[in-house]
Design a protein around this ligand. Structure first.
Ligand code: HDD
Length: 712
């Protein structure tokens, strides 16, 4: 789990500025110049003319034709006709937040990048999380990879770490990216499915391209259905280089470790949420930030000295491989806190433009052929998405560092460059702006001087040739519950594939090479014969399992920000509900009071208790745990309400702690809920404590095998 050992002391944060204020003062001040607040202002045209009538167009008589002369209507409709921009080709659905990054210490031995050298320095960041496959309006909880893109506004320029919530990728060479994306996107004839990979073209491609096997098993695991954006790990995927002031380089893999834990939905929850709350993830992140439950990640790196480049049984340049954390542990560098929601989704989340090629001195690329292609693609795609080459001037993309150069004009140029010399060298403007030679600190960017002596050739390195051993390592590192989820996911997805030969190829030529038992179980679910052996010889790895890969080993640090549904009805004991709420809020849990309808309920002592929503409006799917309030008549009222019965059964089926004041016990017995550590009833401190502990474990995994029969 994330380590706090290098965390800055609070005293380091005190004094001149709090992180919140620093964040506001830096990037946000730069946005201030374009923020528009209409409070108290007259309605005007874009040209500044006050508008007298915004209800009626100009006509020749009250019943006559509209007049072309109506410049007010023309301007309004023209703008409206153009107010959409192309969505991202992939990662179209996303949401974002502002925050800050703070280094734990001085990492000068590793890199000269300034933002990693000073624990006092607060570097503003903007993060955009996304799904990959679906369009802008698609559901948040579909089975998919999640984008995890962070823009650091450092003093030395913008650094974009454009990663995912999985540490590997589907392909090894960027030239295959359009093929992969065409295969995973909805089928071309009917544009189905939206947001998912359970269809023929995806499985056709991946079953023909074995290098995808490792990433596909991650995508069939619980990682592809995160509980929340706050509970995802992030990965830079490629091996990068960090370079120190002496020019010494190390290979690194970037990791983001969430303090909230690495938690996922169950498949049934994910599917239902996609309909019941399409915006589940963006709402969760938004509300967490609004309620001060700022999500936090630790940035760390796995460090490999240049001399050790060839010490592994895989190639560091191959983006379908991890470095197991048991071989090279993650060294914590600093933390990121997300503490401010955007003011305007379009201006900030939609217009933000990331590029893996945005790096700063002290960071450099490697020859990973996937990374090399990405360096081209991202800037290129923005030119059509954001309408020209000046998208770096859009406020959310503008670096805090100055950016003078001779690049002028073109569409959407906003900066008014002074001076007559848009070229370098010049003698007219005093020679400015001038180059800065590389230096130990504050110098100009210098690429790492890697020696290359090679033939120009189209070839895949032989060292990229093993596609199955790490997929096997992943499967063998999972808990029995996680393994079963993987079997279920392959069975579900392949079950949606219409062509039998594609199903069979995935089972026989991919799964059988990963693990014969996995292949046999999926084959049985599809009605196919179990393969007897794999089709290739898979190298044996010395490491048989990597515990760091199982989510069960990342439960999170406490329960801060997790959500409890408190079910109430008329007759509720108000004092008891208040006592419980206080006890849970003291643990930083978020509590929502839910009634049979959205109307307030009457407490036992005749007062009115406001509810946050009806049970139907906020299903148990959106919560981590449920509590049935005490009081005369509450259980009787809920027992007779199908929605309430469903609420309890569904929460129980989804392995959540289900608890209540003592009256709830009888109801739980009637519902035949089997006793376990997550089924509790009582109004005392001991029960509260057990409830919070159960929430801390996230799910009652031992319950999973026995809940299949529950109709929810
Ligand atoms: Fe990509 C967007 C992550 C391979 C081409 N990618 C995009 C985003 C993320 C990633 C998080 C969304 C950024 C945002 O929120 O705006 N992509 C990855 C990762 C990859 C990867 C982790 C492999 C390790 N991508 C990849 C390749 C190519 C692209 C190989 C092309 C050769 N990606 C794009 C793109 C996108 C993009 C088409 C679409 C929108 C955008 O860039 O800004 O250029």
């Amino acid at each position: 789990m994330p380590s706090k050992k290098n965390a800055p002391k609070e005293s380091q944060l005190a004094g001149t500025q709090t992180p919140d204020r620093a964040n506001t003062n830096a990037k946000l001040q730069s946005l201030e110049t374009v923020r528009s607040d209409a409070t108290g202002q007259a309605l005007r045209t874009n040209q500044g003319v006050k508008i007298a009538d915004n209800q009626n167009s100009l006509k020749a008589g009250a019943r006559g034709p509209s007049l072309l002369e109506d410049f007010i209507m023309r301007e309004k409709i023209t703008h409206f006709d153009h107010e959409r921009i192309p969505e991202r080709i992939v990662h179209a659905r996303g949401t974002g937040a502002h925050g800050y990054f703070q280094s734990y210490g001085n990492h000068a031995e590793l890199t000269k990048a300034g933002f990693l050298q000073d624990p006092e320095k607060i570097t503003p960041v903007f993060v955009r999380f996304s799904t990959v496959q679906g369009p802008r309006g698609s559901g948040d909880t579909v089975r998919d990879v999640r984008g995890f893109a962070v823009k650091f506004f450092t003093d030395e320029g913008n650094f974009d770490l454009v990663g995912n919530n999985m540490p590997v990728f589907f392909i090894q060479d960027a030239i295959k990216f359009p093929d992969f994306v065409h295969a995973v996107k909805p089928e071309p004839h009917n544009e189905i499915p939206t947001g998912g990979s359970a269809h023929d073209t995806f499985w056709d491609f991946v079953s023909l391209v074995p290098e995808s096997a490792h990433m596909v098993i991650w995508a069939m695991s619980d990682r592809a259905i995160p509980k929340s954006l706050r509970t995802m790990e992030g990965f830079g995927v490629h091996t990068f280089r960090l370079i120190n002031a002496e020019g010494v380089a190390s290979f690194v893999k970037f990791h983001w470790k969430p303090r909230q834990g690495v938690l996922s939905l169950l498949w049934d929850e994910a599917q239902k949420l996609a309909g019941k709350d399409t915006d589940h993830h963006r709402r969760d992140l938004w509300e967490a930030i609004e309620t001060g439950n700022y999500p936090e990640w630790e940035l760390g790196v796995q460090i490999v000295p240049e001399a050790d480049e060839h010490k592994f049984d895989f190639d560091l340049l191959d983006p379908t491989k991890i470095i197991p954390e048991e071989l090279v542990p993650v060294t914590p560098l600093g933390k990121m806190v997300l503490n401010r929601n955007p003011d305007n989704f379009f201006a900030e989340v939609e217009q933000v433009a990331f590029c893996p090629g945005h790096i700063v001195p002290g960071i450099d690329f490697t020859n990973d052929p996937l990374l090399q292609g990405r360096l081209f693609s991202y800037t290129d795609t923005q030119i059509s998405r954001l309408g020209g080459p000046n998208f770096h001037e859009i406020p959310i993309n503008r670096p805090l560092a100055p950016n003078h150069n001779g690049q002028r004009d073109a569409m959407h140029r906003v900066t008014l460059d002074k001076g007559r010399a848009a070229y370098e060298p010049n003698s007219i403007d005093g020679g400015w702006p001038k180059e800065t030679p590389p230096a130990a600190q504050d110098g100009g960017f210098e690429s790492y001087q890697e020696r290359i002596d090679a033939h120009k050739i189209r070839q895949r390195s032989e060292s990229f040739g093993d596609h199955f051993s790490q997929a096997r390592l992943f499967f063998h590192s999972m808990s029995p519950n996680e393994q079963q989820h993987i079997v279920n996911a392959y069975s579900f997805e392949l079950g949606k594939v219409e062509r039998e030969h594609i199903r069979a190829r995935e089972v026989n030529e991919i799964l059988a090479n990963i693990d014969l038992e996995l292949a046999a179980k999926v084959a049985a679910n599809l009605g196919l014969p179990a393969p007897k052996k794999g089709t290739v010889k898979v190298p044996a790895l010395s490491l048989k399992a990597s515990p760091a890969l199982s989510q069960l080993n990342h439960p999170g640090e406490g329960v801060k920000g997790r959500k409890v549904a408190l079910l109430v009805a008329d007759g509720v004991d108000g004092a008891l509900a208040d006592k419980l709420t206080k006890a849970l809020e003291a643990e930083s849990l978020q509590i929502k009071v839910l009634g049979p309808t959205s109307a307030p309920v009457k407490t036992a002592d005749g007062k009115m208790l406001a509810v946050d929503a009806s049970m139907e409006g906020m299903p148990s799917l959106a919560f981590d745990a449920v509590w049935v309030a005490g009081g005369k008549g509450v259980v009787d009222a809920l027992k007779g309400d199908g929605t309430a019965v469903h609420y309890i059964l569904e929460a129980f089926k989804h392995l959540k702690p289900v608890a209540g004041d003592k009256e709830a016990k009888v109801w739980f017995d009637e519902l035949k809920l089997k006793a376990d550590e997550g089924l509790l009833a009582g109004s005392d401190g001991k029960t509260y404590k057990a409830f919070v502990e159960a929430i801390g474990k996230h799910r009652v995994w031992a319950r999973e095998a026995s809940v299949k029969a529950i109709p929810a």
